[in-house]
Write a protein that binds this ligand. Structure first.
Ligand SMILES: *[C@@H]1O[C@H](CO)[C@@H](O)[C@H](O)[C@H]1NC(C)=O
Ligand SMILES: *[C@@H]1O[C@H](CO)[C@@H](O)[C@H](O)[C@H]1NC(C)=O
Ligand SMILES: *[C@@H]1O[C@H](CO)[C@@H](O)[C@H](O)[C@H]1NC(C)=O
Length: 329
């Protein structure tokens, strides 16, 4: 079964290489960026975004996604998100990075306002979290949600963010197929999803994504396996910490040969990331690690998320150093 899945996927991916449509497909390694805060004022600190963009560019990142859950997007006001989007466009575009902005998970009038703004400042793509208070249960509801954005997004590509994993409920109850099919037929700008490795595999097997559609995998433990199966697009929170190492895994794994070196890097990163996550909330701990590794002042998390204690922060620094990762503090 596994072997069948592998070869089938490889065939699918090679069939889908030809050009489709006019909008350039976004793909590759994306960082769902953290939002820097000024620790004393609690305001967003836009001043460090240029050096943050440069750090990601130097690590081989292809693009950023702004105001996702990793970026505490649901803790930011509409005005803050506009300023943040714009700061990323200004900092990242000159470096050749693509910019996706997350607009969802908030009231519809605000989603529409942010979508208009995103079109206005010429981002490269829109990412859409579902509402946290309303569970999508069928493909019509899924399409209706996408249409709210599509009607206001011009020809920008839209990526549904499956963070809550609504589309893959249980082992055998697989609703992704009908969601993906309906959205692909009915929403011209529906260009893919952000989901787990499992979503990427199912989408490829069941739905034959068009060449202009991309599934960005968001979970980091399977990068090597996914890249080996020619799923080469990722949106990993840990890309903010180790961009060049993830890039290296993908480069080593993409030629159809299982690479021992890629496996070794993957295992090492998994050990480090799990040890860090063990210290507390995902966003708070990974953000601290990104600050320690990059030397860029990201400034902790916004309430109601709890700040890490100094002790926990130093424990994360120790984890990194014990694993031969250089830190700045
Ligand atoms: C952070 O906030 C403090 C106090 O509100 C202010 O004095 C300082 O200039 C701010 N730092 C930056 C980098 O904006
Ligand atoms: C788009 O930009 C124009 C010109 O800068 C501005 O007047 C308009 O209010 C903007 N619209 C939105 C929705 O931000
Ligand atoms: C593919 O990867 C293998 C294992 O790392 C390596 O030996 C080989 O040279 C690579 N081939 C190409 C074409 O890059």
């Amino acid at each position: 079964m596994i072997r069948f899945l592998f070869s089938f996927l490889i065939v699918l991916v090679s069939i889908s290489k030809e050009a489709y449509g006019q909008q350039e497909a976004l793909s590759g390694m994306y960082s769902p960026v953290f939002t820097p805060f000024n620790t004393s004022s609690g305001e967003i600190d836009l001043s460090v975004i240029p050096e943050y963009a440069q750090f990601l560019k130097d690590g081989g990142t292809d693009g950023v996604s702004v105001a996702t859950l990793t970026g505490e997007g649901l803790s930011l006001s509409v005005d803050e998100k506009k300023k943040l989007y714009e700061a990323w466009v200004n900092a990242a575009r000159p470096l050749g990075l693509k910019i996706i902005v997350q607009v969802g998970g908030i009231p519809v009038p605000d989603i529409i306002e942010l979508t208009h703004y995103a079109v206005n400042i010429s981002v490269d793509g829109i990412q859409l979290l579902p509402p946290p208070y309303y569970i999508i249960t069928n493909s019509d509801e899924f399409v209706a949600l996408l249409e709210i954005v599509a009607e206001n997004a011009g020809d920008l590509p839209i990526y549904y963010d499956d963070f809550y994993e609504y589309t893959l409920e249980e082992e055998d109850d697989f609703s992704l197929q009908s969601y993906f099919d309906s959205a692909s037929r009915r929403v011209a700008q529906f260009k893919g999803m952000v989901g787990t490795f499992r979503v990427a595999v199912y989408a490829s097997l069941e739905n034959d994504p068009r060449s202009d559609q991309t599934i960005f995998i968001y979970n980091q433990p399977n990068v090597e396996a996914a890249a080996f199966m020619d799923c080469n697009s990722f949106m990993l929170p840990a890309m903010n910490i180790f961009p060049s190492l993830f890039k290296q895994i993908v480069d080593l794994s993409s030629n159809g040969t299982r690479s021992e070196e890629a496996l070794a890097i993957q295992d090492r990163l998994n050990d480090i990331v799990y040890e860090i996550l063990d210290k507390g909330d995902d966003v708070a701990t990974l953000k601290a690690a990104a600050e320690l590794v990059s030397g860029i002042k990201l400034g902790g998390v916004r309430p109601p998320m709890r700040a890490l204690s100094r002790t926990t922060y130093m424990e994360i620094k120790d984890i990194l150093e014990d694993n031969d990762v250089e830190t700045h503090d």
